[in-house]
Design a protein around this ligand. Structure first.
Ligand SMILES: [Cu+2]
Length: 290
């Protein structure tokens, strides 16, 4: 046999082995950026976020992929301070990322779930300042999904933490409440958050509480089935209309609407549906079912 033949065999074997491996690995970039969150009544609060590029945005990037994928994640710290990276309930050593450098890590799961990724440094301050996001691992990407990353903010706390002052969490009284960095009515324009669907359609909502307070989400009009829960306090497969989520807990809920109309969803703590004392400028959404 000549050399050319063997070379060809090696190339064919290499491609055959390599192809399926490449098909299941996806690569994503995420940047730690600092900036300001503008509240519904136009107050600016210092804020940190995980964004898809080096441009700051108040919405943390949702990392989604399927149970067939392995995610190769490149995290770049675009801030001037050192930050960390960790994933709750996932076997990963906490990482430190000095300013203007990157780390690379792999994430996968064989079951569908929502993981919370966050900055474990100066805990919980850096996470409170915005560095908490969602990793959503789906069975397939054709399912209809909405994403709610819940946070709350106290202007005085955010300003203190941004200037390296000490805060006492016993004295925490948040005055703004956001989903994906937005409050009502701006939230109505967030296509990833506002549930819009049809009667009989299977709709899934991935929720993570990356704030510091507990948030009890109440759905009007429907009961939702729990597909995944990071906490024993909410049973998988149970069907309910309200879901109390402690800080750093996550859920996947399934809703199959049996009637059309507009239905509200809100935090059951009435303070949390206000913003700067204005009602209903907080965690409040109107779902639309046709
Ligand atoms: Cu209610």
């Amino acid at each position: 046999m000549n050399k050319k033949f063997w070379f060809l065999i090696v190339v064919v074997l290499f491609i055959a082995v390599k192809l399926p491996l490449q098909a299941i690995t996806i690569s994503k970039n995420i940047f730690i950026n600092s900036g300001e969150l503008v509240t519904v009544d136009k107050i600016k609060i210092p804020f940190l976020a995980f964004n898809p590029t080096a441009t700051f945005s108040t919405t943390n990037l949702v990392l989604d992929f399927t149970t067939a994928d392995t995610l190769l994640l490149i995290v770049t710290n675009n801030d001037s301070q050192t930050h960390g990276f960790a994933i709750k309930n996932y076997d990963l050593e906490n990482k430190t990322i000095v300013a203007k450098s990157s780390i690379t890590l792999k994430v996968y799961s064989t079951t569908e779930k929502v993981l919370v990724f966050y900055d474990p440094l100066n805990y919980p301050q850096n996470r409170y300042m915005g560095l908490g996001g969602m990793i959503c691992i789906h069975k397939n990407l054709n399912e209809k999904y909405f994403y709610w990353n819940l946070k709350e903010h106290e202007v005085a706390f955010s300003k203190k933490i941004a200037t390296q002052q000490v805060v006492d969490w016993q004295q925490y009284y948040p005055d703004y409440f956001t989903i994906n960095g937005l409050s009502h009515p701006d939230l109505q324009n967030d296509a990833s958050a506002r549930v819009v669907g049809k009667v009989g359609e299977t709709i899934r909502i991935a929720i993570a509480n990356t704030g510091q307070s507990k948030h009890a989400i109440h759905f009007h009009g429907f009961h939702l089935r729990v597909i995944y829960s990071s906490t024993d306090q909410i049973d998988v497969d149970s069907s309910k209309d309200s879901f109390p989520l402690e800080s750093m807990q996550s859920l996947i809920l399934e809703m199959i609407p049996d009637k059309s109309g507009s239905y509200s969803v809100h935090d059951h703590n009435l303070v949390a549906i206000s913003g700067g004392g204005i009602h209903p400028n907080g965690m409040f959404l109107m779902m639309k079912i046709d």
